[in-house]
Design a protein around this ligand. Structure first.
Ligand SMILES: [Mn+2]
Length: 332
């Protein structure tokens, strides 16, 4: 079952799943992401207790939908469509078994499948799904609004049931999550039409301006409090471009002005302590841009923070003051 497992219960339940998707981006390399992240020793970093297994890499399934010559905007859409059922089924089965799948991407179109699967498991168990989208971009374009036509910039719109996907993907968008249950954190690059739709749908937006004004602990406390109040299940979709490119440069679409690495670590620690995270995507890392392996290590260490058994003990002092009572100024 999908459960908001406690921190202690999460150990031994994380399962690595490779999602070598790159058809959603206009640059090659993301499909090497899972193997490059494994080469950092990620499984060992999570610890034998935290990581129960490596599921290996998934593969796309099914027949390519017929291409529609009238819809020229989306690049390689059919490849993305073939990944969705494969990722969705894996996410559904692992979540139903009570495991915490960690999807190693892959470009961000992978979330169209993973979140769909988690949503199906939640619906079966009568649990409410919440989505934390850590990203420089809201990924809320549709085939009609996207200036680039790249599906990795459309995944959240797809998951919120926006129209216009069927002619491009061969399948309509199925509403996996209520837009009001979606929190986009770290946003700093929005296309004009995309921004308009976002506002109308009631997605919760915490952009870099707000983070610079208020720090990250206040919005994180609010998000985690909301999920806990609803006894909800939290899926975290981590786009590596969420973190400032000075720390993680090897991403498909870097945008300056993101959170520091210390802030990103704090977010992962707060998520860890909340015990609310049921599944994780790691998207947009591009090993072909990572000659020194710096970005791979930085990403792997962030994932390790989420499952770090020491985390709770390390922050005992802060926890005595209040559950998430960190001073944001300390991490800048
Ligand atoms: Mn993204």
């Amino acid at each position: 079952m999908v459960a908001s497992v406690s921190l202690r219960q999460q150990y031994g339940r994380a399962i690595l799943v490779g999602a070598p998707v790159e058809g959603g981006a206009n640059i090659a390399g993301s499909s090497r992401g899972p193997s490059a992240l494994r080469m950092t020793g990620l499984r060992g970093m999570l610890g034998k207790l935290a990581c129960r297994a490596d599921h290996g890499d998934l593969a796309p399934v099914g027949d390519e939908p017929a291409s529609n010559p009238e819809v020229a905007c989306a690049r390689k859409p059919s490849e993305v469509a073939l990944w969705i059922p494969s990722l969705s089924q894996a996410a559904y089965e692992l979540a139903r078994g009570g495991d915490v799948p960690v999807f190693l991407g892959g470009d961000h179109s992978l979330s169209m499948g993973t979140v769909d699967g988690i949503a199906r498991a939640c619906a079966e168990n009568g649990r409410e799904l919440f989505l934390l989208w850590l990203d420089a971009h809201p990924d809320f374009n549709t085939p009609a609004t996207s200036p680039s036509g790249n599906p990795h910039g459309m995944s959240l719109a797809f998951l919120c049931g926006e129209p216009g996907f069927e002619p491009v993907l061969g399948i309509p968008a199925r509403k996996a999550v209520d837009p009001g249950n979606v929190f986009i954190l770290g946003m700093r690059s929005v296309d004009a039409d995309e921004g308009e739709v976002l506002k109308r749908r009631g997605v919760n937006l915490i952009d870099m301006y707000e983070i610079r004004q208020r720090g990250i602990t206040a919005p994180m406390r609010r998000i985690l409090g909301t999920v806990a109040e609803h006894d909800g299940v939290l899926h975290v979709s981590l786009d590596a471009d969420f973190v400032d490119p000075s720390f993680i440069p090897a991403v498909n679409v870097p945008v300056p002005g993101g959170v520091s690495y210390a802030e990103a670590q704090l977010i992962m620690q707060m998520l860890n302590e909340s015990g609310l995270v049921a599944s994780l995507d790691v998207a947009e890392f591009n090993p072909l841009l990572d000659a020194e392996g710096q970005s791979a290590r930085a990403i792997a260490e962030l994932v390790a923070c989420l499952f770090d058994q020491e985390s709770e003990g390390r922050h005992d002092y802060s926890r005595r003051k209040s559950r998430y009572g960190y001073d944001a100024a300390q991490v800048n």
